[in-house]
Design a protein around this ligand. Structure first.
Ligand SMILES: Cc1cc2nc3c(=O)[nH]c(=O)nc-3n(C[C@H](O)[C@H](O)[C@H](O)COP(=O)(O)OP(=O)(O)OC[C@H]3O[C@@H](n4cnc5c(N)ncnc54)[C@H](O)[C@@H]3O)c2cc1C
Length: 408
């Protein structure tokens, strides 16, 4: 027998004469976490459903560009910005080298006085402080969404454990392999970008220093970047690296999985300067993740009725512009702002107000994320690729080859 999930009562003040909305957010990545925090503060009754048995903060380093840091600042969640600024390192310099290690270009990261920096930061240092601020009962790990449906009165979500939820709004923040999105946009497809990608974090304070970000320009079928991550909570200096190798995506899912368990092949490392190859070899295997690179075509809409998409679920893009996480944080802020108005509506107007808020969110964000997606794909496709991205002939799955290693 299926059981209904109840959101916790929200102790936050609600405007007089109004009732809080019942909102389900699916996916506890950076986009879903920020949205859940904002809605919780507005006084809505929120559930944040996550399929993993606990928060999944793994995933190496991130360049959170200034717009993303500004979105955190604008969210105004008490103490959150300060924690991120404390944990991250302002990017100081972008250095471009060729695969022999020769300098091509070096430029200081521009920053006007008083402006927030772009941050080099571990993904964990973004997710954990957000998760800590969720009220008791909001976070529902171990809840894998299977399907949803909506009618004139509300929206319903069904989970793998047999439970279901019914309420006013369902938000899919469930990442590139979203379960929410295909029902909303049936033509949504993953598009292979052409690379097998490894990333790692290694104790090191020599390779790049004081917020430096190194790019090794694409050539001979490979591309790499390396950046300083500062010191972790125990004072250990850390360096992040990413390594991209052009490959045909195998048709068999087993073969895709098998290849993601391999370390970076020696013949690929041989194309890199010796110091970078040594850095990658020195990285413990439990500090590395691997995935195949995908994006999605721009969707015709980020929302339909009472269902909205946020972050990678709505616009997964190549990492070439380091915009993915920022775009999801901006979405969360935009949707929460639109819903704030709906929250203030009188009981009789509430349902229309929700639909209007979602429509406005879609109108505001769709052109912005389309621009990000187009630019990211364009940059990924350019610059020295040996061949166009290729998928081997056969039944290729659009599901992750290895969900455990597919997190960013
Ligand atoms: C190689 C690489 C490098 C990158 N570098 C950068 C960078 O430097 N800067 C940057 O800004 N971005 C970068 N990105 C992109 C960035 O990591 C993503 O855009 C961002 O993490 C997406 O966040 P999200 O919350 O939308 O989705 P995710 O972080 O993917 O979170 C989705 C969550 O939903 C959960 N979930 C999935 N399905 C279900 C279900 N059915 N039911 C319940 N829960 C579910 C998942 O377990 C997960 O916790 C990079 C990405 C890659 C691949």
């Amino acid at each position: 027998m299926s059981a209904a999930v109840e959101e916790p009562l929200n102790p936050a003040a609600t405007p007089t004469g109004t009732q809080p909305l019942r909102i389900a957010v699916v996916g506890a990545g950076s986009s879903g976490l920020l949205l859940a925090l904002l809605l919780q503060r507005q006084g809505h009754r929120v559930c944040l459903f996550e399929k993993a048995p606990e928060l999944r903060p793994e995933g190496c380093g991130i360049l959170l560009v200034r717009n993303g840091v500004e979105a955190i600042a604008a969210a105004g969640i008490e103490g959150l910005l300060a924690e991120l600024l404390e944990a991250g390192l302002p990017v100081s310099r972008f250095v471009v080298r060729n695969l022999r290690g020769d300098l091509i270009n070096s430029s200081e990261a521009e920053r006007e006085p008083g402006e927030l920096p772009s941050l080099l930061i571990q993904r964990r240092a973004i997710l954990e402080p957000m998760a800590r601020r969720l009220a008791h009962g909001v976070f529902r790990p171990g809840s894998a969404l299977l399907s949803w449906s909506q009618d004139a009165e509300g929206v319903e979500a069904h989970f793998a454990d047999g439970s279901y939820w019914r309420g006013d709004l369902l938000v899919g923040a469930d990442g590139i392999h979203s379960r929410v999105a295909p029902q909303l946009a049936p033509l949504r497809r993953l598009s292979y970008l052409g690379d097998r990608v490894w990333r790692g974090v290694v104790p090191d304070d020599q390779f790049c220093r004081d917020g430096e970000f190194f790019v090794y320009a694409r050539g001979r079928g490979v591309y790499a970047n390396v950046f300083d991550l500062g010191r972790d909570r125990d004072g250990i200096p850390l360096t992040h690296w990413g390594f991209f190798q052009e490959e045909i995506l195998p048709a068999s899912r087993d073969e895709q999985r098998r290849l993601l368990r391999e370390p970076v092949p020696e013949q690929a490392l041989a194309k890199l300067p010796a110091d970078l190859a040594a850095l990658i070899r020195a990285t413990p295997s439990d500090r590395q993740v691997a995935n195949w690179s995908f994006d999605i075509d721009p969707l015709p809409a980020l929302a339909v009725g009472r269902v909205a998409l946020l972050g990678d679920a709505g616009h997964a893009m190549s990492s070439s512009q380091a915009r993915g996480m920022t775009a999801g944080l901006e979405d969360a802020l935009a949707l929460a702002r639109q819903l704030e108005a709906a929250h203030g509506a009188a009981a009789g107007q509430r349902q229309n107000a929700v639909l209007t808020a979602v429509e406005r969110y879609n109108a505001e964000r769709l052109p912005v994320v389309h621009r990000y997606q187009e630019r990211s794909r364009e940059v990924s496709a350019r610059t020295g690729r040996l061949r166009r991205p290729q998928v081997a002939v056969g039944p290729v799955s659009s599901q992750p080859a290895n969900p455990a290693t597919a997190a960013a």
